[in-house]
Design a protein around this ligand. Structure first.
Ligand code: ADP
Length: 481
């Protein structure tokens, strides 16, 4: 391992000898040089960790040691000035320009402890300078990425004042808005949006901008180089999405209402037949009526799903948030899932460690999500196991992760990016299962997002799939879970 290298720059041979003796005793390397350009060259080649620069006999008008080293390209070499007792002013000037420490002359008989302190101060200064450079470089890179992004991005301070806009944002908001308040970029808005006013943590929202287009916004808190809190927001143009949503909305709304009434009638008349109110049924007739009943039940489920999807598309999904245990939520759907798995001869395993904290969630909706994804796993698995697991991730103030894994048919890589779209179903010879309308996953994702969580999947065709969802942990006022 390389030992520390210390250089003495000055004309005081007695001081140089004293320092040399002390350093060699501690096993450190040492060189002495004059405090001029030849000396600076020498220490540059020596690659030293600390320069002890003697200010005695130096010209008060010449640049400070730090300035001279900087000029020679050695800005990261820590300097400690060595000053006679009556030259404190020169020492102060050097410290102000970036010297790490100073030593009084005449030196103590054993200067080693003071030199080691100066060495450690210098190393700390070097590490801080390095970290600052990394922070600055990262900041520059981020600004570069933001500047060249085609999506609008801007940074605001806690008073909602726009501090930065990238080119795409300037084109939409108009450059004149820099320094103005961010909510003025929105169509018809005179006060901060709920998402921002709520403060803290990342948030998402949709809004129409003054150019008449719809955007999806994502924002997160960042700290600037002075450590002050700011918020970075990035917007994506979802105008086309919104148009499609509108069409879906109208379609779903019409279809679901048109189906509901005849379905209710079918149900009612089937009940009448089953109860024998229209006369006794023979065994064959009973079987047929059972089939009608089951089919109308499935259709009824589909209509309920359509109505849910419509609520979500219209932003009418209201959460009833409360503290809830994962076990308690799972209990709401496990009976039904167990029966489904048993029908297909599959093993359904559930693992919830005792110490998993509570979530802050709408129990019925989260249960619906689990029923959807675990129901899919059972539907698309012919042999093996469906496993539901829960765990805790200590990230973003604590999250619960619930995973559903199966050993089923898996999802082809080409479809994986689309399965959360409304009405999307994988179609193929082996894969297509008749039951289902491609609604479950898109509804589930919206429900999880509305909770501030994430739902995603990993899958290998022919091997199986895993769906994971995260939810925020319930935190009571004392911060305990
Ligand atoms: P559906 O009602 O059709 O199941 P979803 O939105 O729940 O609608 O799922 C969309 C599609 O994603 C399914 O039709 C199926 O092709 C695929 N899929 C979902 N879960 C799984 C799974 N566990 N294994 C294989 N394919 C799946």
């Amino acid at each position: 391992m390389r030992t520390y290298r210390v250089a003495y720059l000055g004309n005081d041979s007695e001081a140089a000898l004293l320092i040399k003796g002390a350093l060699e005793r501690a096993g450190l390397e040492f060189i002495a040089a004059s405090h001029d350009s030849a000396g600076v060259r020498k220490i540059s080649e020596f690659d030293c960790d600390l320069v002890l620069w003697d200010l005695e006999d130096s010209n008060p008008n010449e640049p400070t040691p730090v300035a001279q080293l900087r000029k020679a390209g050695l800005e990261n070499m820590p300097v400690t000035v060595v000053v006679p007792k009556d030259q404190e002013e020169a020492a102060a000037k050097s410290l102000a320009e970036g010297a790490a420490d100073f030593l009084y002359k005449p030196l103590e008989r054993d200067p080693l402890p003071r030199i080691l302190t100066a060495l450690s101060t210098g190393q700390r200064q070097r590490r801080i300078a390095w970290s600052n450079r990394v922070i600055e470089d990262t900041g520059r890179q981020i600004r570069g990425i933001l500047a060249n992004m085609s999506d609008p991005a801007y940074v605001v301070n806690p008073e909602y004042q726009i501090l930065y806009m990238n080119r795409a944002a300037e084109e939409i908001f108009g450059e004149g808005l820099r320094g103005g308040t961010c909510y003025h970029v929105f169509h018809d808005r005179e006060e901060p949006c709920e998402a921002c006013a709520k403060g803290r943590g990342p948030s998402r929202w949709r809004a129409v901008l003054k150019n008449g287009k719809s955007y999806r916004f994502m924002s997160a808190e960042i700290r600037n180089s002075a450590g002050e809190l700011e918020r970075l927001a990035v917007a994506t143009d979802v105008t086309v999405d919104e148009e499609v949503r509108k069409i879906y909305k109208t379609f779903i709304s019409n279809v679901s209402h048109d189906l509901r009434t005849p379905l209710a009638a079918i149900d009612q008349y089937v009940d009448i037949l089953q109860d024998g109110l229209a006369g006794d049924l023979n065994e064959e007739q009973k079987r047929y009526v059972d089939v009608i009943k089951r089919s109308s039940f499935r259709l009824g489920n589909l209509v309920e799903n359509l109505i849910d999807a419509n609520k979500i598309l219209s932003g009418r999904l209201k959460l009833k948030l409360e503290k809830a245990g994962i076990g308690e939520i799972l209990e709401m759907v496990l009976g039904h899932l167990r029966a489904q798995a048993e029908d297909k001869g599959l093993e359904l395993k559930v693992t919830i460690p005792d110490n998993v904290p509570h979530v802050y969630a709408d129990k019925a909706l989260v249960a619906q999500v689990i029923a959807n994804i675990a129901g899919n796993s059972i539907k698309f698995t012919e042999h093996g196991t469906v496993q539901i697991r829960a765990g805790y991730i200590p990230r973003d103030e604590g999250r619960i992760i619930i995973s559903v894994e199966d050993t089923g048919i898996g999802i082809p890589a080409d479809d994986l990016g689309n399965i959360f779209e409304l009405f999307y179903r994988v179609e193929g010879d082996k894969v297509y299962v008749e039951e289902g309308a491609g609604l479950g996953l898109s509804i589930s994702r919206e429900i999880v997002r509305a909770h501030g969580g994430t739902l995603w999947t990993e899958s290998l065709e022919g091997m199986g799939s895993a769906f994971h969802l995260t939810l925020p942990v319930h935190t009571d006022e004392s911060g305990a879970h």
